[in-house]
Every structure is written in C-alpha cells, then in structure tokens.
Write a protein that binds this ligand. Structure first.
Ligand SMILES: [Zn+2]
Length: 326
C-alpha cells in the first residue's frame, strides 16, 4: 500500500480560544496567524502538499446580518455557559472582516480555495464541544446543518470534519454523517491522547503529550487509515505540530527529529502520517515556525521521491480507502 502524508489545520480565529483563560492575550497570535496563512499556502504549493483546512462555520459569514440569519434554532445548552459562543455572537462581533478580523475570515477561505490541492473542511459551525455536559446530539445535528448551509451559500460543500478539542462520541459522529460528512480526524490510540471533557483533562495528560512530542513515549503514531467508525472514515492524527519560539531550541530540534523519523517510518511501512496544528500557532515567531514547516515539507518531498509517498487531504484519503474496498 502507498504511504501518504496528510496535514489538517483547525482554522478558527478567536472562536477556538474564546473560552481560554487570558484569551485576550492571544489576539496578536490570531492576527499573526491570519498573516501566516498566505505563507503556509505558498509553502504547500511550493512542495506540492495538499492540506485540509477545517474551518469554523461562523468564519464564512461576510456580515453580522448574514451571521445572525444563519444561527441554528437548537443550540447547545452547556452546563458551563462559558463554553457557548452565542453571547459573543449576539453582543461582541463587529460588522465584518474589515472591522473585526478576529471573528470573520471569508477572504482567507477564498485564498485557501484558490490554492491548488487545498480542501476546505468543517470544524463545526460554532466550535461545538461534543463531550461537554449539555452538548446533545440534537444540538450538534443543528450545528452541523448550519455549518453546511453557510458553506454551501459560498459554493463549498464540506466532507471532512475535525471536532473541536477532538471531542467526539458515536452519536455525534452519526449526526455528522447525516450532515454530509464522510471523514473525520480521530485521535491516536493512546490513553493520554483520548478526547475528554475539559474538567476531566488533567494536567499530567497534557504534560505527557508535550514530552511525547520530543521523546518517544509512544511508538510511531502513523496509521493505516483504514478505520471506519460510525460509517465515517477515520483519519487519526499522528502528531500536533507544536509552536516554536526559535528553530534552534532543544525542544524544537527534538520535535523535528521525531516528526521526520515518524514520517520516514510511515513511508517505509505504507502508512499514513497526519500532522495538524492551528494557523494561530504560527502567529508569533512566524519565520521560525515557517522555517520548521519548510524543513518538514522538504523531508516529505524526499520521501515522495524515494518511496512514492503521496500528499493527500483528509478527503483524498477517505476516497482512496473507499476505492480500495470496492
Ligand atoms: Zn478548535
């Protein structure tokens, strides 16, 4: 079986970090992330790499009026009301991308669409948290219907899904399939990568994931990408590309070595290697993060030349799985 390399980006602007403590401190990273997106697109194009941009549905709106007209009637009733973005939708967002670049993103979606090989996927409509108390499957179904509706109004149908904070359950995946999704990004089969509600996410799980990005606590996370869960193709994440402050720190070097080694093993073993991050992770120290990315993309090109490794979006991967089953 041919090996493949997949990149997915959780494209969310402020909607993905709105409920973080000290979220105001992230505004510069979000704006820096907007500036980094064209640079990432250029790097993907230069290296012939296809990526899936899992986009929050709110970002498709051009104006506040349009955003308000697309809100679903059934919304999540989270036990912790801070998880709901709807107060901000009603009381905080500006008129459009020109005056409120933290909450709107249609011009960036268009740039992504215009770059060869890129796929626009979904990151739910409202940055929906499936495992938080109050997040019913009915509310998720309404959320996904709204996500498809606003994307389709811009001529885009999304088939790939990345769930916010990777929170998922079988019921939510069935609702996603009914909304037209065919493939989702699952989590590695390792205890400290399993999706959890925020309150159950202990500090030591996070510490283990950080350590594992540099030294091998887990064996390689590349997968055959054959899993089908709840009638969706599962393309599990292999690794989160952690943001760097400089390319020469020990942590940066260790992470790069680990990722390249895992990519090489995936290429030799005919597996898929799936890297993911958020555009705002490149919002600070953008040049160092771009340099790191370009080093990884060059490594992919060498594996394509030596082992025939293919660049695939999540949707490409799902289609190759369904073709091989016929
Ligand atoms: Zn997110």
């Amino acid at each position: 079986m041919t090996s493949s390399f997949t990149i997915s980006l959780d494209f969310e602007l402020r909607w993905g970090i709105r409920d973080n403590p000290n979220e105001d401190a992230y505004a510069d990273a979000i704006l820096g992330g907007r500036r980094a997106i064209p640079q990432m697109l250029q790097a993907f194009e230069d290296h012939g790499v296809a990526a899936t941009w899992a986009t929050v549905g709110f970002l498709f709106a051009e104006t506040r009026e349009e955003l308000l007209s697309q809100l679903p009637a059934t919304r999540p009733d989270y036990a912790n009301p801070h998880f709901s973005p709807y107060d901000d939708v009603l009381n905080r967002v500006g008129q459009g991308e020109a005056d409120d670049p933290l909450h709107y993103g249609l011009s960036l979606i268009r740039q992504i669409e215009d770059t060869p090989g890129q796929e626009i996927g979904s990151h739910s409509f409202s940055h929906f948290y499936c495992l938080e108390e109050g997040a019913t499957t009915e509310a998720f179904a309404a959320d996904m219907a709204a996500a498809q509706s606003i994307a389709q109004s811009k001529g885009i149908t999304t088939q790939s899904l990345v769930l916010p904070r990777n929170q998922q359950s079988e019921g939510h995946l069935i609702a996603a399939r009914q909304a037209g999704i065919t493939v989702f990004r699952g989590t590695p089969e390792v205890a400290f990568y399993q999706p959890r509600a925020r309150a159950d996410e202990r500090r030591h799980w996070r510490a283990l994931r950080l350590l594992d990005s540099a030294v091998p606590l887990t064996s390689t996370l590349a997968t055959p990408a054959h899993d089908v869960t709840s009638d969706l193709v599962n393309t599990p994440a292999s690794r989160f590309l952690r943001p760097l402050r400089s390319t020469s720190s020990l942590m940066a070097k260790a992470q790069r070595r680990r990722i390249k080694g895992e990519m090489t093993r995936a290429a030799r073993q005919g597996k898929n290697y799936h890297l993911w991050w958020h555009p705002h992770n490149f919002g600070r120290a953008t040049e160092a993060n771009m340099e790191n990315l370009r080093a990884i993309l060059r490594h992919f090109v060498s594996l394509r030349d030596s082992h025939g490794m293919q660049a695939m979006t999540m949707l490409d991967l799902a289609q190759s799985v369904s073709t091989s089953k016929r």
